[in-house]
Write a new protein. Structure first.
Length: 191
C-alpha cells in the first residue's frame, strides 16, 4: 500500500518492525523512514517529538495488542489451564516461534531503558499481574502465583534473547513447552 494511504496504525506497525530489530538507539530516522515509506518530514508530522514519539507509539500499540491478546484473556473466566495455554500460544505466534526479536527486550537496553521506563514497567507489571490472576484461579497461592508469573515472563524474554543470539528457535520452543505445565504445577512440598 502506498505510504499516503497508510493509517497511523499501519505506520506504527511498520515502525515496530524496525524497533523490534534495532531497539531505540539502533533505529535511525533513515531506517524508520524507509520502513514506513514516509519522508522524514512526514514522520515528524505524525510524531512531532521525533524518534522518541515514534517509539512511544510503538509501545502503546504493543501494549494494546498484549492487553487484547494476552492480559485480558488471562483474566477472563474459564479454565485457568486453557487461559495459560492460550497465552503461550499467543506469545509463540506473536514472536513467530522465536524468530522475531522482542520489542520490550530491545528497549530495556541503552538509553531507552530510562526514556521508556514508565511504559515498560507498566507492560511487564500488567503481564505479571494478569498471569498471576490465572494461576490463583488455578489453585496456586497468591505469593507463589506472583513468583511463578515473574519467572514465566523472565523465561519468555530470556528464551527470545538466547534463541536470537544462537539463531536457534528450538530454545524458545522448548521453554514454551515446559512453561504451561510448570506454571500450574502443585507447589513442591518441603521435606
Amino acid at each position: 500500500m502506498p505510504p499516503a494511504q497508510l493509517s497511523l496504525e499501519e505506520v506504527v506497525d511498520r515502525l515496530m518492525l524496525v524497533v523490534r530489530q534495532r531497539g531505540y538507539d539502533g533505529a535511525s530516522l533513515a531506517e524508520l523512514s524507509r520502513a514506513t515509506g514516509l519522508g522524514k518530514s512526514s514522520l515528524y508530522h505524525y510524531f512531532p517529538e521525533g524518534k522518541e514519539d515514534m517509539v512511544r507509539a510503538v509501545l502503546e500499540r504493543l501494549e494494546t495488542q498484549l492487553r487484547a491478546g494476552v492480559f485480558e484473556p488471562l483474566r477472563a473466566s474459564g479454565s485457568p489451564r486453557k487461559r495459560v495455554e492460550a497465552m503461550v500460544k499467543t506469545i509463540d505466534t506473536f514472536y513467530r516461534g522465536g524468530r522475531e526479536a522482542c520489542v520490550l527486550a530491545n528497549l530495556v537496553l541503552g538509553t531507552s531503558r530510562s526514556r521508556f521506563r514508565t511504559q515498560l514497567t507498566r507492560i511487564f507489571e500488567e503481564w505479571i499481574d494478569a498471569l498471576a490472576v490465572a494461576l490463583v484461579d488455578g489453585g496456586v497461592s497468591r505469593a507463589v502465583a506472583r513468583i511463578r508469573a515473574e519467572d514465566a515472563v523472565v523465561r519468555i524474554e530470556g528464551a527470545l534473547v538466547v534463541a536470537g543470539a544462537m539463531d536457534d528457535t528450538a530454545v524458545f520452543s522448548r521453554m514454551l513447552k515446559l512453561l504451561s505445565a510448570d506454571l500450574l504445577a502443585p507447589p513442591a512440598r518441603a521435606h
